[in-house]
Design a protein around this ligand. Structure first.
Ligand code: FAD
Length: 511
């Protein structure tokens, strides 16, 4: 008997819900005839708002839009998007003289020069007053000049070097709603009031406020921090990460561009007293927020600090406070329910990873797509893979705090010394005092491979400020001319790129 899934129900119409619908539809329409595809149905409460933040992405997003057949032009127009070339970390660390360090973690990597890592050459010989990112990629220079992600007139999605987007989260969900419903996703605006389980503990029905009973074969819980089905109905435990990460609250405000002609092409993350602020410049406005620790600041204290940082742009505005549940569910896939997005877990947004994780979660689910009686081995493998992705992100975020060197607030001292770090990261940090991160140090990487770690270590200038003292004496023998010869060529390329790339605002207007 044909035991294929006939229907998948998604509950939740935030970024996670609609991205899930988009990617599932994309995969099904490529792989199967219409009669063999499960129907996709998305239920969204008209009364419960989405979290409304989450506006910075990583380079997976252009790939997904292209694969899903969404034109970049439509996307930019509908979501007021802008280009993002990386994250600029401001004032997270002090240099050897006590001055603030600002560095970009770009969507670009170091490379091999004569078989050895560019990062090794940089560490040994430096590059005048240019930092590591500025030596290996044009991203920092482009961002400083408020230049965009590609030349004018270039075909959509064509990337000479890596970019992602900033987008308006509410408009993005709106755009996906239109695209998905046009492609046949059923959209039900109703509220789930109760979840019914069968004798095996599978979700059998949802009780909707208006439409009544809704049958379930497979349900995807995208209900945000509520975790309506995965936590509340199925009781899957939540693994809290507060021993690792201090920040449990955020506040957000949208402000006007101080100069609408100058749109920076990076997300800024600026360290503040008890956390850090984000600054996400869109075409028409700037999204900002403060991610902080409630153990170190009350909401009022945090608001004062945040508004002071915003200066004139924040005058007369009241920030919206967002409590954050930091951690993940023990298993994202339980019985016939899969949790995707904030219901499955959330690690603070320092590296804009949540939408990227949603993207992977849906694609992996499609690879493991079950029949109506779900094979436990499929579910087990999926859960292991998802948990590894959480580990990947957790390690990388913990790195930023553990290797911070600010002492001006108890928060930064606690974040560095009182917070736990995962054993994997502890082992690597021991090792990297003696050599730079190398290929096999990171066992599972959807985003943060060893070269991204190199960028952060060198960006923070940790080898000049107390960590891994003496590493330069232990580096392999390197030939200085190889590095400077390479840089001579790279400098010419850089000059050409800077000349060829348009002003960001001009490019966005053109799109
Ligand atoms: P939500 O947006 O909360 O949506 C939940 C949906 O469930 C809503 O549609 C609601 O109506 C529905 N719902 C709830 N209960 C019911 C019910 N009973 N019946 C029917 N429907 C129901 N991610 C990034 O990738 N980059 C970032 O820069 C970034 N920054 C962030 C900053 C902060 C402060 C926070 C908190 C998150 C950030 N994220 C970021 C994460 C990102 O916002 C989320 O991953 C993304 O928005 C997905 O949210 P969601 O769809 O899971 O949940």
């Amino acid at each position: 008997m044909n035991n294929r899934l006939r229907k998948i129900t998604i509950v939740g119409g935030g970024t996670a819900g609609w991205m899930t619908a988009l990617i599932l539809d994309m995969v099904f329409s490529r792989t199967s005839a219409p009669k063999d595809r499960p129907r996709i149905c998305l239920i969204e409460s008209p009364n419960i708002a989405t979290v409304g933040v989450g506006e910075a992405t990583v380079p997976r997003m252009p790939v997904t839009l292209r694969q899903a057949g969404i034109s970049e032009r439509d996307f930019f127009r509908e979501t007021n998007a802008s280009f993002k070339l990386g994250v600029k970390f401001c004032n997270w660390n002090k240099d050897a003289k006590g001055n603030r360090i600002d560095y970009v973690n770009p969507f670009a990597h170091g490379q091999l020069l004569e078989g050895l890592e560019a990062a090794e050459y940089f560490l040994r010989f430096g590059n005048g007053d240019r930092d590591f990112t500025q030596s290996i990629s044009p991203h920092d220079d482009l961002a400083r000049l408020c230049k965009g992600g590609r030349p004018l007139g270039q075909p959509e999605f064509e990337q000479r070097f890596g970019y992602a987007y900033h987008l308006d989260a509410v408009k993005f969900a709106g755009m996906l709603t239109k695209v998905c419903t046009k492609r046949g996703v059923e959209h039900i605006q109703d509220e789930v009031q109760a979840v019914e389980l069968d004798e095996q503990g599978n979700v059998s029905h949802l009780m909707l406020a208006r439409k009544g009973r809704h049958d379930i074969e497979m349900v995807i819980d995208c209900t945000g921090f509520r975790g309506l089905i995965i936590n509340k109905a199925l009781g899957e435990p939540f693994m809290d990460y507060s021993d690792y990460l201090p920040n449990d609250r955020a506040m957000a405000l949208q402000i006007e561009h101080p100069d609408p002609e100058k749109i920076e092409s990076v997300t800024r993350s600026t360290a503040l007293g008890a956390g850090w602020t984000w600054r996400v410049p869109l075409y028409n406005r700037v999204g900002t927020g403060y991610v902080y620790s409630s153990a170190h600041r009350t909401d009022d204290q945090a608001a004062d600090e945040y508004l002071e940082w915003l200066g004139d742009s924040g005058k007369g505005l009241t920030p919206r406070v967002i409590p954050m549940r930091i951690g993940r569910v023990r298993n994202a896939w339980v019985k016939n329910c899969l949790a995707i997005g904030l219901s499955g877990g959330f690690i603070e947004p320092l590296e804009s990873t949540a939408i990227h994780m949603v993207d992977h979660a849906v694609r992996w689910f499609a690879e493991h797509l079950p029949t109506r009686d779900i094979e436990p081995s499929l579910r087990a493998r999926y859960n292991r893979q998802m948990n590894k992705m959480y580990d990947e992100v957790l390690d990388f975020i913990c790195l930023h705090y553990r290797l911070g060197n600010r002492t001006d607030d108890q928060y930064w001292i606690d974040a560095r010394t009182e917070m736990k770090i995962p054993d994997r990261l502890a082992e690597n940090l021991e090792l990297w005092q003696h050599r730079l991160p190398m290929e096999h140090d990171i066992e599972f990487a959807t985003l943060f491979n060893f070269r991204v770690y190199q960028t952060v270590l060198l960006g923070k200038q940790v080898y000049d400020t107390g960590y891994g003292t003496g590493i330069r004496d232990r580096l392999r023998p390197l030939k200085k001319p190889i590095w400077f010869q390479w840089w001579k060529g790279a400098k010419v390329d850089l000059a050409q790129i800077l000349k060829a790339m348009p002003d960001h605002k001009t490019l966005l207007r053109d799109i």
